[in-house]
Unconditional design. Structure first.
Length: 182
């Protein structure tokens, strides 16, 4: 019995000594933590948006923003990194039109009027397209001569009634967007 114990202890000691000569194995580093970047950091009309404010008013969770400026028009698109839709788009354009021109030339036929948003505003739901479900839209003439719109594109298969409910949420979001900050 002593001989067996001695052999087992010797084997363990020999194996331990060999481990010092073995090359070190590199363990891959953990991926860097995801950075929580604000929508405003994308510039353009994204400076007017905040992911937390969007979530509070619409219930939508977004974490990616992209902006573009072309002439007097500033645009921001936000979406979730994991999915292309839903997608929220804010466009703001400098303009010299008045409320009557807005009603005649900008407000789509059949759109519902919205009160207490800019000088004049509307909301509507646009029918689904081939790649997306229905789109909720809110447009308004802001007090500082800016034409603004919010569009919420839904995933395919979304019911029109759900997009109709989204227009009310977009109106609430539009009321907190300060277009003067552009």
């Amino acid at each position: 019995m002593r001989a067996r114990t001695w052999l087992a202890v010797s084997a363990v000691l020999l194996a331990t000594g060999c481990a010092e000569d073995a090359p070190a194995v590199e363990v891959p580093a953990a991926p860097p933590p995801a950075a929580d970047v604000a929508a405003a950091s994308s510039g353009g009309a994204c400076r007017l948006l905040d992911f937390a404010v969007i979530a509070a008013h619409t219930g939508g969770t977004f974490d990616v923003a992209a902006a573009t400026d072309r002439g007097d028009t500033h645009t921001c698109v936000v979406r979730a990194q994991a999915a292309a839709l839903p997608e929220l788009t804010l466009s703001v354009t400098d303009t010299s039109i008045d409320a009557a021109t807005f009603t005649a030339d900008v407000q789509p036929r059949g759109a519902a009027k919205v009160t207490k948003l800019g000088k004049i505003a509307y909301r509507r739901t646009v029918s689904k397209t081939g790649k997306a479900g229905p789109v909720a839209e809110v447009g308004w003439l802001a007090g500082e001569d800016r034409l603004a719109s919010l569009r919420w594109a839904t995933p395919p298969g979304t019911a029109s009634a759900e997009a109709d409910r989204a227009t009310a949420k977009l109106v609430a979001l539009a009321k907190v967007i300060d277009t003067r900050r552009l």
